[in-house]
Ligand binder design. Structure first.
Ligand code: GLC
Ligand code: MG
Length: 425
């Protein structure tokens, strides 16, 4: 969060399951479209916040299964755990606040009297969250009786029903909405409230997000009945909330466009990248475009043409060096030869390339240092490396307004490729 010294231009607060992540799409196309959009145009001056019902354990599992970006802030366990940055440093102030009128052992004791409730997996029971499964038809009655019995025991709790099956019991001050209100308050006290906030969700535990003042909201097309009902009863006249016609992450992109919150055309939706030159030089966009080219080239989703290779060569300084993650140094000529050989080698395969946390710094006049993570997915296998790139935007006569000066890749420890030869660049 300290990455940004002033107000973020934009903040997205998104639920994960069935909102950012489409569990019905094994190709993860809308998620990949969102990723490309975010890294091309938003990462440097905006904040990505994930707000999930999952515990840290299940959240980390999802990150391994799906091509998700790394958020700036992660809110887990239905707004009861807030963490910052890549190392996920917990917000201790929030934990302190949630202890108010909360006693987990009393919740466990009282709920054990309800045979309709089935306790969820151990990982999902957290210091400020106790969760069960309960049948849809039994839910209203159980919730009412529960809240009475917990109140009698002196607790002030919030009971939330989501996805037509999950029942969460949290301290009254917790929840996704309260966690967002807490962040907004914190940013305001530091004089850097984001200029715009968009909240995105699909189920009951997301409803609170839509009641935070001044936020834009999108309920994705596949939103659950309980959320749509909440909206009809509480927020139907709020023009800042839409029910998208697109599902999951495609619905988020749709809302960005609908509310005019910034660029909403994902580089993945653009086949010929020369059609979509941004108004100003966006270093992140260059990186996204290059690796998208690599994916399409190897999948043979574009025609083979020497012109592309010549174009790439023209984009690089003759002295440009690429340090392959194996440590081998390659010249521009070596690289183009490698690319020529790799055309179509992933045709018909589940092969995807995406980049995460593309952060540019202008280190001198018209010289940009970019650092990011690059991932490749081939079937079930995922590999990744840390990349640094030097781009120069000095030579305005260059076809795209910039030239590649240097690129260096290093395997990520946990995602080292066994076979170096299959990693082109
Ligand atoms: C996630 C959590 C679960 C919770 C549900 C609804 O699925 O893993 O514990 O009940 O979200 O909030
Ligand atoms: Mg969800």
């Amino acid at each position: 969060m300290d990455r940004l010294k002033s107000s973020a231009r934009f903040m997205i607060v998104s639920d994960l399951d069935h909102t950012m992540v489409d569990h019905h799409d094994p190709e993860n196309l809308s998620l990949l479209r969102f990723n490309a959009l975010w890294e091309a145009y938003y990462r440097p001056d905006s904040l990505l916040v994930f707000s999930t019902g999952r515990s840290p354990t299940l959240y980390k599992q999802l990150r391994k299964e799906k091509p998700m970006l790394t958020p700036d802030i992660t809110i887990m366990s239905v707004g009861t755990e807030i963490t910052y940055g890549n190392s996920m440093v917990p917000d201790e102030g929030w934990v302190e606040y949630l202890n108010n009128k909360w006693d987990k052992s009393i919740v466990i004791e009282e709920t054990s009297k309800f045979p309709e409730l089935t306790l969820q997996a151990e990982t999902e029971i957290r210091p400020h969250k106790v969760s069960f499964y309960v049948q849809k038809d039994k839910a209203p009655e159980v919730m009412k009786a529960l809240s009475e019995s917990l109140e009698k025991r002196g607790l002030d709790v919030k009971i939330i029903y989501s996805g037509g099956m999950d029942l969460d019991i949290l301290p009254q001050g917790a929840g996704k909405g309260q966690a967002l209100a807490y962040l907004h308050k914190k940013f305001t006290s530091e004089g850097r409230l984001p200029q715009n906030t968009l909240v995105c969700g699909d189920s009951g535990n997301d409803a609170e997000l839509f009641s935070i003042p001044d936020v834009y909201g999108v309920m994705v097309s596949n939103a659950q009945e309980e959320l749509l009902k909440w909206h009809a009863e509480n927020a139907k006249d709020n023009p800042k909330i839409i029910h998208a016609t697109e599902s999951c992450a495609a619905g988020i992109i749709q809302a960005i466009g609908h509310f005019n919150l910034g660029p909403s055309s994902s580089p993945r939706d653009v086949m010929d990248s020369s059609d979509a030159m941004p108004e100003k030089f966006e270093p992140g966009h260059e990186i996204v475009k290059f690796f998208l080219f690599l994916e399409r080239w190897r999948r043979a989703e574009m025609e083979f043409s020497e012109l592309y290779l010549a174009g790439l060569k023209a984009l690089s300084l003759p002295s440009c060096v690429f340090v392959h993650p194996s440590g081998a140094e390659q010249s521009v000529l070596d690289c183009t030869n490698e690319l020529r050989r790799s055309y179509g080698d992933k045709q018909g395969k589940q092969y995807r390339v995406w980049v995460d946390q593309v952060l540019p710094t202008e280190i001198g006049s018209n010289i940009w240092l970019l650092k990011f993570t690059k991932w490749e997915l081939l079937g079930e296998q995922r590999r990744g490396c840390v990349v640094t790139v030097l781009l120069s935007s000095k030579d305005l006569s260059a076809p795209e307004g910039f030239t590649w000066v240097h690129m260096h890749q290093t395997w990520l420890d946990e995602a080292r490729a066994k076979d170096h030869t299959d990693w082109v660049c």
